[in-house]
Design a protein around this ligand. Structure first.
Ligand SMILES: NC(=O)c1ccc[n+]([C@@H]2O[C@H](COP(=O)([O-])OP(=O)(O)OC[C@H]3O[C@@H](n4cnc5c(N)ncnc54)[C@H](OP(=O)(O)O)[C@@H]3O)[C@@H](O)[C@H]2O)c1
Length: 335
């Protein structure tokens, strides 16, 4: 069912990385024809993720050839669907993931990596979901298997992924969250978004502060995005049979795991690389997306946008994230 879209012939604007570690440029791009399984989307919002900066610095696991348009997730409206596309049609509101080309007014992606947005969910809220909530759902459920009433320590708690983990852990899995972040304001925000208590780890030992809150028994689960000493303090804050999930190294240091600690308290240390499920186990990946949309539709979760930047301000948006100024999700608005 080929549907010729009005957006097909129109040039569109995109943020382009022409050289690693250099500011992005905004360029006019000529659209290419879509393949039979592909869909052209009129992008409304695109997430600016911590990892986007790593990609543009050549420090991410995946290294696209230069020049490229960054951007891993978006929400928008279908402009045109390929001849063999059966899952979406022109006019549908969708979220999607793409390998580095969604910071643009148009994005072409395979039909498999698009999910329809329920009627009562806005394009802006939906744009917050893919990376942050996909990751949060797999961290909380698929990996840590958090149970109601368990205590969960979340680091970088006021960031995009941190707030998503708090939202899912408290409002869906009925856990008690201790939010750990780098300022009192960030701790306050994390508590407003559902955490029971907050620890500012720029003011002293995270381990001591957690001990004051929960006693020497420790927390059941730690979800760490910072790495280095924050990871080690999180590990040392775990209770008997505790679980720690490594999500990232925002602080820039990768700690070695003292394996004696795993043995002494029967601790499980595990990693989560959400994007990798797209290739290794698509069913798990896809379920994380549809579950996020479902939770949002049911009003169980409340995605938090911290800031919205226009496309021409994309470099300011990157700085906002990298200078630790952002809270929640930072979005690029293409409208
Ligand atoms: N494994 C996965 O599948 C997956 C998925 C999504 C994200 N991640 C990772 O999770 C981490 C957070 O991602 P996000 O999208 O939530 O990012 P974000 O919203 O930008 O949050 C990152 C936060 O990390 C903290 N941080 C600590 N030390 C830092 C430093 N030296 N420089 C910058 N930030 C520092 C900051 O919070 P404080 O000021 O409160 O310390 C900052 O706000 C990143 O490492 C990202 O790569 C992994």
């Amino acid at each position: 069912m080929r549907q010729a879209g009005q957006g097909q012939s129109r040039h569109y604007r995109a943020a382009v990385c022409t050289e690693l570690k250099q500011p992005l440029t905004i360029q006019e791009v000529a659209p290419r024809p879509i393949g039979p399984q592909e869909v052209r989307v009129d992008v409304h919002f695109c997430g600016i993720n911590f990892a986007d900066n790593l990609v543009c610095r050549g420090q991410y696991q995946e290294k696209p050839p230069l020049p490229f348009t960054p951007g891993m997730e978006f929400s928008g409206v279908v402009l045109e669907a390929g001849a063999d596309v059966s899952t979406v049609k022109k006019g549908d509101r969708v979220i999607g993931v793409s390998n580095f080309h969604s910071m643009a007014e148009q994005c072409i992606t395979d039909q498999k990596t698009l999910w329809r947005i329920p009627e009562n969910v806005s394009l802006q809220d939906a744009a917050v979901l893919p990376v942050s909530y996909g990751t949060a759902i797999l961290a909380v459920d698929h990996r840590a298997r958090i149970q109601p009433g368990e205590t969960v320590l979340v680091t970088a708690a006021a960031g995009a992924t941190g707030l998503a983990v708090i939202d899912v852990a408290t409002n869906v899995f009925c856990a008690k969250v201790i939010a750990a972040a780098g300022s009192d304001e960030k701790c306050k925000l994390a508590m407003q978004r559902g955490a029971q208590s907050g620890v500012n780890y720029s003011q002293g030992s995270l381990k001591d502060a957690v001990k004051k809150l929960v006693g020497s028994s420790g927390v059941n689960v730690a979800i760490d995005m910072v790495g280095g000493d924050v990871f080690l303090d999180s590990l040392r804050s775990l209770a008997w049979e505790g679980r720690i999930v490594v999500l990232g190294f925002a602080g820039g240091n990768i700690a070695s795991v003292p394996s004696n600690l795993l043995l002494l308290k029967n601790i499980s240390a595990m990693g989560l690389y959400w994007g990798r499920y797209q290739h290794q186990d698509f069913a798990v990946f896809s379920k994380s997306m549809s579950t996020a949309l479902q939770y949002c539709q049911q009003g169980l979760i409340h995605p938090h946008t911290g800031a919205v930047f226009k496309l021409e301000k994309v470099n300011d948006a990157f700085l906002h994230v990298m200078q630790r100024k952002s809270t929640g999700k930072v979005l690029l608005s293409l409208k």
